[in-house]
Design a protein around this ligand. Structure first.
Ligand code: 6PG
Length: 230
């Protein structure tokens, strides 16, 4: 049941709970990977940070994916020391990478320990080598941010491939994120949105308020019932 008219959404899929949402997205990733590898020999996948994707990454472990032909990226990273428990790549290593055999050379995370400016420049240079990102996984914050593109933050208006972020309202203040144009250019964009905390942002987006997440066009929104309004 589509209770939203999320503008720009390509599809809206409502799931009973986070577990069902996570399995459905994991299966979408596996199918997209098989299609891309068959067609082009490679699948360029951008992983999301935060807490919501954890279970999806755990479910990916047991799906038949040819990881040797998958190139992994990350949508954003917090400027913290390498290995910090609060980094997004730390969560991705723990939930996925430590459980699959993927060549180290296929893993392209943001070197945020270099600081926001240097890390964004380095990641932009890397992204310039990639013709097209096949799929970008995205979370959405309670304020409607996605990746580290926050409302009323200058980084959200940048056209750069990768952007330094300062004064993030979600700690830590310094981050690096894929730019809005980079996200929009991905062949497929999948949002994972779960929990009552996301209701307000979804409501605002459905009323036409262009929060950053709403500016990602033609995305497939995977939403659990807890995030829907009563
Ligand atoms: C981060 C994430 C961020 C996240 C949203 C949703 O660094 O926190 O990249 O964009 O996806 O804030 O976070 P949750 O999934 O934890 O609600």
């Amino acid at each position: 049941m589509n209770t939203y008219n999320l503008p720009n959404a390509q599809a809206i899929l409502i799931h009973d709970n986070l577990d069902d949402l996570s399995l459905a997205v994991a299966q979408r990733i596996a199918a997209a990977a098989a299609q891309a590898i068959a067609a082009r020999g490679v699948f360029h996948l951008v992983l999301a940070g935060g807490e919501t994707p954890r279970r999806c990454y755990e479910k990916l472990r047991s799906l038949a994916i040819d990881w040797t032909h998958v190139q992994l990226y990350i949508g954003d990273e917090r400027c913290l020391p390498k290995g910090d428990a609060q980094r997004n790549d730390t969560m991705i290593r723990a939930t996925l990478l430590e459980h699959i055999s993927i060549p180290q050379d296929n893993i392209h995370f943001i070197p945020s320990e270099l600081g926001a400016h240097a890390a964004a420049a380095a990641y932009a240079a890397l992204l310039e080598q990639v013709a097209t990102l096949d799929m970008a996984l995205l979370g959405m914050g309670e304020d409607g941010h996605t990746a580290s593109l926050f409302p009323d933050n200058p980084a959200t208006e940048s056209t750069a491939l990768a952007v330094p972020v300062f004064n993030s309202p979600k700690p830590p203040p310094d981050r690096v994120t894929l730019g809005m144009n980079t996200l929009n250019k991905a062949r497929q964009k999948l949002f994972l949105v779960a929990g009552a905390g996301k209701r307000s942002a979804l409501e605002q987006i459905s009323c036409g308020i262009l929060l950053p997440a709403a500016r990602v066009k033609n995305a497939e929104w995977h939403i659990d019932r807890a995030a829907l309004p009563n």
